[in-house]
Write a protein of this length. Structure first.
Lengths: 134, 170
């Protein structure tokens, strides 16, 4: 029990600087960037936006917690649920940064197939969620 | 590079990152103190919300750490386990904790022992479902969204596993 508490505290503690930094950046972006900023990065087109958002999510790195915070803030900025979901899912399932290590451990073919199919799945799931919840 | 070295490097990088963000705040303060204070006010409100959530996250992490070990996961995904292995691999992926690279050696070992690539892919996909962090999602998204997304991710992970096994046969 003591080990589990210490291990969990250590794991959470290690994440703290990154989370604090991201929350600070999100806060700064809210103060400095006009609400139209994200909509200018994304096209507002429900067909193209999920693809762009999923690409941005795929090349982003960080813990899932960070992606939740950014996605939530993007939603508040007026980005569509489909694009935000594609961004969030690509962030947590596609590991572009980890691809070299994954390729070495599990094989290049496996890594490419897994990451490409995760990218496609992110968009498919986002569209289904968008259609069902809109 | 050893896992320990990678972890230490990653720890240092995270502090450098926070330092860089604080420096950005300092620069903004020099240029426009009003906007820096506005950002800090937003940060304070957001941080207050997150502190409570992190208490729940911590409790979840302790429970998961007590219940699940990598050895327990291995036990239930042998070829003879049939359809049960999919269920175990999904649960294992969802409950697994720690950085993804910590799991590569175990998964590579399983691959060498004949565990199908599809199962490994399903395990990795389900790692994206973090039960302990779900309370944090509630801050921004509805429960309907969270439940639907989680269910679709589980279904998607199986579809991905089947697809990768199919592609392996080609």
């Amino acid at each position: 029990m003591k080990d589990a508490i210490l291990k969990s505290a250590r794991a959470l503690g290690k994440m703290l600087p990154i989370i604090a930094g991201i929350v600070m950046l999100v806060s700064l972006a809210n103060a400095l960037l006009p609400k139209s900023f994200y909509s200018s990065v994304l096209t507002g087109n429900n067909f193209i936006d999920p693809f762009i958002a999923a690409i941005v999510g795929s090349i982003s790195a960080g813990t899932p917690v960070v992606s939740y915070i950014i996605s939530g803030e993007l939603l508040k900025q007026g980005i569509s649920l489909i694009a935000v979901t594609a961004f969030l899912l690509a962030w947590v399932t596609v590991g572009t940064i980890q691809m070299p290590a994954e390729g070495l451990a599990l094989g290049k073919r496996f890594t490419i197939l897994r990451n490409l199919s995760s990218y496609v799945l992110a968009i498919i799931i986002a569209v289904i969620i968008g259609v069902l919840l809109s | 590079m050893s896992t320990e070295k990678t972890t230490k490097k990653s720890n240092k990088s995270s502090w450098y990152f926070l330092g860089a963000v604080i420096f950005v705040y300092f620069v903004v303060y020099i240029i426009s103190p009003a906007q820096a204070f506005l950002a800090l006010e937003f940060f304070y409100k957001l941080a207050l919300k997150l502190i409570i959530i992190f208490a729940f996250v911590f409790i979840f992490m302790v429970i998961v750490d007590l219940v699940l070990t990598p050895a327990r996961i291995v036990k239930y995904i042998g070829e003879e386990a049939g359809i049960k292995k999919w269920i175990f691999i999904i649960i294992g992926g969802i409950l697994s904790t720690g950085p993804i690279y910590m799991w590569y050696p175990l998964l590579a070992d399983l691959q060498k022992k004949g565990v199908k690539d599809g199962l490994l892919a399903t395990f990795l996909y389900n790692r994206a479902i973090k039960l302990q962090y779900l309370p944090l999602l509630v801050v921004y998204f509805s429960w309907a969204f969270i439940v639907l997304m989680t269910m679709l991710m589980i279904l998607g992970s199986v579809a991905q596993g089947i697809f990768i096994d199919w592609a392996d046969k080609k």
